[in-house]
Design a protein around this ligand. Structure first.
Ligand SMILES: [Fe+2]
Ligand SMILES: [Fe+2]
Length: 240
């Protein structure tokens, strides 16, 4: 069993949005977490190996998102954008909850070698997302990324583990939050001046780079029953 504190992809800011969930889905994740703390999740040896490669990809995304939303909250603090600030706080708190829940899953893993290796690759991808010309472009990318995450989580929800497996249940809950984040990020990007064209322009690059990262662990996705080709097809159909 690993130590509870796994190496983080991105640091947790001192002042971040936490607190008890104020929406039903967040409360379900909190209940999931309570249950997972008392009864450990079961994975076969093969699944454990696959999860050690896949969890860093998911965790790094949650940790990077917290940093993005935390920075944006700090940038807009004290401005008149009260409504959007509330939404951004809500997203940051959701991402924190996802992070803690996925870390709980990761404590079931028995080795760290592939975890660290994949984490380095994931960190490079998520850091590259932040290299943008302006804030609106960043949130265009975040919105596209969260669309991808929504589809990936849906695939995990329906993967070989079976729908009743606690990890599949968690992915179903995260999926619901991510679908909401797509909307928040999209709206925020547009409020910052993004055009509809920008979404189409960025889509190819973000999805292409993400898929390139995910395909480095293609075997692990396949062994869990997550079809990356299927995810790509759904994403392409969305923007055609
Ligand atoms: Fe998330
Ligand atoms: Fe998100």
């Amino acid at each position: 069993m690993l130590e509870r504190n796994l190496p983080r992809c991105f640091p947790l800011r001192g002042k971040h949005s936490i607190g008890l969930a104020d929406h039903a889905n967040g409360q379900r994740i909190e209940s999931w977490l309570k249950a997972a703390t008392v009864s450990p999740l079961r994975f076969s040896d093969q699944q454990t190996d696959a999860m050690a490669r896949l969890l860093p990809l998911l965790l790094c995304g949650e940790q990077s998102a917290q940093l993005v939303f935390n920075s944006e909250i700090a940038r807009l603090a004290g401005s008149e954008h009260k409504l959007i600030l509330n939404c951004l706080h809500g997203v940051e708190a959701d991402e924190y909850r996802h992070d803690i829940a996925l870390q709980q899953v990761a404590t079931q893993l028995t080795e760290l070698t592939s975890f660290n290796l994949v984490q380095r690759k994931a960190k490079r991808f998520y850091a590259s997302l932040g290299r943008v010309e302006n804030y609106s472009e960043h949130f265009v990318r975040i919105s596209i990324l969260d669309t991808c995450v929504t589809h990936i989580m849906q695939s995990f929800e329906q993967c070989h583990l079976g729908r009743e497996h606690p990890f599949a249940l968690l992915c179903g809950l995260i999926k619901k939050d991510e679908a909401k984040h797509v909307y928040v990020s999209r709206k925020h990007a547009m409020a910052l001046g993004a055009s509809a064209n920008q979404f189409a322009e960025q889509h190819e690059q973000v999805v292409g780079n993400l898929m390139q990262l995910l395909l480095t662990q293609g075997g692990a996705f396949e062994s869990m029953g997550v079809c990356l080709d299927g995810v790509t097809r759904k994403l392409e159909a969305k923007w055609r």
